[in-house]
Design a protein around this ligand. Structure first.
Ligand code: GTP
Ligand code: MG
Length: 241
């Protein structure tokens, strides 16, 4: 399903990459994929859109096209978002398929994953603690050039009921990096944290840009320092957004 292709159209270099979105049920994986695609045109209807999203029981698919200027070059980055269910195991009497059941069906079609979104709900400690499960669950879907983004959703509710302090996120980021470095000593990636609201649209534009940059980095079009500079710029107070 993932094709790393480079074609040049109208002076733009076109790159395609795959993004796997994982995390517990109801953290907002389908919502983030849907809103990343729609936020510019549909932010006024975001509540209606995310409320209408049903629990995932197959592999959902969305794609984004992002224009990225880097030095003298213009890239058109196509991000294929793959969203499996958050259900961890098949349950008796439950018609919904689990993550594993769905990935077992599709794994032979997925060539490589450039970015994994480890998704949790900022107001749910359980969804954050369960990221340990998801680190293991994605085994076999990453490679030394895969980049991880730690995505906290429900930012709109975090002021009232944030369950994970900044220090916990920093610690998790470090632990995740150490975990993958131990498993893959030649891993070139890092784990970058981002907090979004699928309801209000906060940081969705930044997340889209970051995903596109990660795909460029994963395919060797930009240096790691350029990726990290972009991250610092996007999430600093000097950011243009
Ligand atoms: N307030 C708020 N609600 C959100 C946000 N993201 C998702 N939701 C709500 O959470 C519900 C669950 O979101 P989904 O996108 O279906 O969650 P999922 O992770 O895809 O869940 P599964 O398909 O069961 O694995 C949605 O219907 C939204 O109402 C957010 O950022 N803010
Ligand atoms: Mg879903």
């Amino acid at each position: 399903m993932s094709v790393q292709e480079e074609t040049q159209t109208e002076g733009k270099i076109r790159i395609t990459g795959s993004v796997l979105v994982v995390g517990n049920g109801a953290v907002g994986k389908s919502s983030v994929a849907t809103m990343l695609q729609k936020y510019q045109s549909e932010i006024a209807n975001s509540a209606e859109i995310i409320r209408s999203i049903r629990r995932t029981n197959n592999l959902e698919y969305e794609f984004l096209v992002s224009q990225i200027f880097q030095g003298q070059l213009e890239y058109s980055v196509v991000s294929q978002l793959l969203v499996p269910p958050g259900q961890k195991a098949s349950q008796e009497g439950n018609a919904g398929r689990s993550f594993k059941q769905v990935m077992d069906i599709y794994k032979f079609h997925i060539k490589s994953i450039e970015v994994i979104l480890l998704t949790y709900d900022l107001t749910s400690r359980e969804s954050f603690n369960d990221l340990k499960f998801w680190l293991n669950a994605v085994d076999g879907f990453y490679n030394p050039a895969t980049q991880f983004i730690l995505v906290g959703t429900h930012l709109d509710q975090a002021e009232q009921s944030r369950a994970i302090p900044q220090s916990g996120i920093d610690k998790a980021r470090q632990q995740i990096q150490n975990y993958y470095l131990k498993k893959m000593p030649d891993w070139r990636g890092s784990c970058l944290p981002v907090e979004v609201s699928n309801l209000g649209g906060d940081n969705l534009e930044e997340l889209e840009f970051l995903i596109a940059k990660c795909i460029l980095w994963s395919n060797g079009y930009i240096e790691e320092s350029e990726l990290l500079d972009s991250y610092d710029f996007l999430f600093s107070d000097d950011s243009l957004f």
